[in-house]
Design a protein around this ligand. Structure first.
Ligand code: SF4
Length: 407
C-alpha cells in the first residue's frame, strides 16, 4: 500500500492567516506543470511497485488547474504507478474557483473525494480571514458538489476567531450538520510567523486572537460532533463511521508515500525526503531532468537518481544553494519519536504491543515507563496495551508527546 501527494503551489491571492507554501499568481503554472510531469515520471521507482491506494491533490489551490490539466496528471500517474481501482482520489478546492460544470468534470475524471476550504459560513469571519468567497457561495458549492455526484465531501472550518462568538460557531456547526457531510476538518486559528494576519494584529489593524475563544469553540465542537454521531479520530478531524481520510491516515500509520511538487514530502518506510520550497528551483531541476529523458530513447531513470536534480550553483554570491531534494535516514530513535508524535494525534493511539513487536522491547518498555506519571496526572489514558488522549487531553498533545520522546 502507498500514497501519492501532489502539491499545487498556486492561489488566486494570499489569505491573511496562511502559512503554507503557495504563490499568489499563476505566472509559472505552465512551467510548473512541465516539471511536475517530469518528476512523476522520473521518480516512478520510489514506491517500488507498491499499489497506490490514495492520491491527494493539495496546495495551494489545486482547483485552479483546469479539468484537462488534472486529467493529464491522473493519466500520467496511472501510466507509471499501479493505482488500485478503488483508490481514494482527493482534491482540495477553494469555493472561489468552483462551478457546477467544473465539479461535474472532476467527478467524471475519477476524483471521488473533495476537501473544500469553506472556513466559515459567515461573511464577517471570511472577511477577517481575507477569503475570496462569501457565505452564499460557500453553501452553493456544497449544493453543487452533491449535484455533481460527490458523496465523500469534507470541509474545513476555522474556530477561535475574534469575529465569531460561541453562537456563531454553533451556527457554523448547524449548517455543517444540516448538510450531513461525512467529514469535517476543524482547526483553531493560529498565528503563523510570516502570515499577513500576524503583522496586522501587531499593528493593531485587526482584533487579536484569544486562546480562550479557541478552547471554548473546541469544547463545543467535540460535544456537538459526538452528539451528531461523528468520530473524533484525529485532533482536527471528525468523520462518520468509516469515512476518515484514508490518505491522511496513511501518514499516521507509516505507509510509504511519494510527494510531488515544491515543498512536498516523501517517505519510503525508512527515510524522509522533501522537495525544495521554491517553484523556480523546482522547475529548473525537473525541467532539466525532462530534457535529459527526451534526449534518450530509453532513459535510465535509475542512473539519473535524485542527486542529479541538484541544480549547480550560479554565479550569484548572494544566492544560498540548497538541494532540490533533501533526504534524512531515520534512526530507530527517530522512528520511535515519529510514531509517538503521529499516533498520539489520533484516536488509535500508541499500540504498545505493536511497538514491542516491530521496534523492540527497549522502546515499548521506555514508552510504558514514561507514560505512567502522565497517566497518574490525568494527562494520558491507557486501555489495555493502548495509550491515547481523550478529547480534553488532545488539546495539550505537545507537552505529553515531548515527555514520551526518546531522550
Ligand atoms: S487558499 Fe489556502 S493555501 Fe491559498 S493562500 Fe489561502 S490558506 Fe493559503
Amino acid at each position: 500500500m502507498a500514497g501519492i501527494y501532489i502539491h499545487i503551489p498556486f492561489c488566486n491571492s494570499k489569505c491573511a492567516y496562511c502559512g503554507f507554501y503557495s504563490l499568489p499568481s499563476l505566472k509559472l503554472k505552465e512551467r510548473f506543470l512541465e516539471a511536475l510531469k517530469a518528476e512523476i515520471v522520473t521518480r516512478k521507482d520510489y514506491l517500488q511497485g507498491d499499489a497506490v491506494n490514495t492520491i491527494y491533490f493539495g496546495g495551494g489551490t489545486p482547483s485552479l488547474l483546469s479539468l484537462k490539466e488534472i486529467g493529464e496528471l491522473l493519466h500520467l500517474i496511472n501510466a507509471h504507478y499501479p493505482v488500485a481501482s478503488n483508490a481514494e482520489i482527493t482534491l482540495e478546492a477553494n469555493p472561489d474557483t468552483l462551478s457546477l460544470e467544473y465539479l461535474e468534470g472532476l467527478h467524471q475524471l475519477g476524483v471521488n473525494r473533495l476537501s473544500i476550504g469553506i472556513q466559515s459560513f459567515f461573511d464577517n469571519d471570511l472577511k477577517y480571514l481575507s477569503r475570496r468567497h462569501d457565505s452564499h457561495h460557500a453553501q452553493q458549492c456544497l449544493d453543487w458538489a452533491k449535484l455533481a455526484g460527490f458523496e465523500n465531501i469534507s470541509i474545513d472550518l476555522i474556530y477561535g476567531l475574534p469575529s465569531s462568538k460561541a453562537e456563531q460557531w454553533n451556527k457554523n456547526l448547524d449548517i455543517f450538520f444540516a448538510y450531513s457531510l461525512p467529514h469535517l476538518s476543524a482547526y483553531a486559528l493560529t498565528l503563523e510567523p510570516n502570515a499577513i494576519l500576524t503583522k496586522q494584529i501587531e499593528l493593531g489593524k485587526v482584533p487579536p486572537i484569544n486562546e480562550d475563544d479557541a478552547l471554548r469553540d473546541y469544547e463545543i465542537l467535540c460535544q456537538r460532533a459526538a452528539e451528531n454521531g461523528y468520530l473524533h479520530y484525529e485532533i482536527s478531524n471528525f468523520c462518520k463511521s468509516g469515512m476518515h481520510s484514508k490518505h491522511n491516515a496513511s501518514y499516521w500509520f507509516g505507509t510509504p508515500y511519494i510527494g510531488f511538487g515544491p515543498s512536498a514530502h516523501s517517505f519510503d518506510g525508512g527515510s524522509r525526503q522533501w522537495n525544495v520550497s521554491s517553484v523556480e528551483r523546482y522547475c529548473e531541476a525537473f525541467s532539466a531532468a525532462s530534457r535529459h529523458c527526451e534526449e534518450r530513447s530509453n532513459p535510465d531513470t535509475e542512473a539519473y537518481g535524485l542527486d542529479c536534480f541538484v541544480v549547480p550553483p550560479r554565479n550569484d554570491a548572494k544566492r544560498v544553494q540548497e538541494p532540490v531534494i533533501e533526504k534524512e535516514q531515520l534512526s530507530p530513535e527517530q522512528h520511535y519519536d515519529e510514531y509517538v508524535m503521529l499516533r498520539l494525534r489520533t484516536h488509535w493511539g500508541i499500540d504498545l504491543k505493536w511497538m514491542k513487536r516491530e521496534m523492540g522491547e527497549r522502546f515499548s518498555a521506555y514508552c510504558e515507563q514514561h507514560a505512567q506519571p502522565l497517566i497518574a496526572e490525568g494527562r494520558l489514558s491507557q486501555t489495555r496495551e493502548f495509550l491515547y488522549l481523550t478529547d480534553e487531553q488532545m488539546l495539550f498533545t505537545d507537552g505529553v508527546t515531548e515527555e514520551l520522546f526518546w531522550e
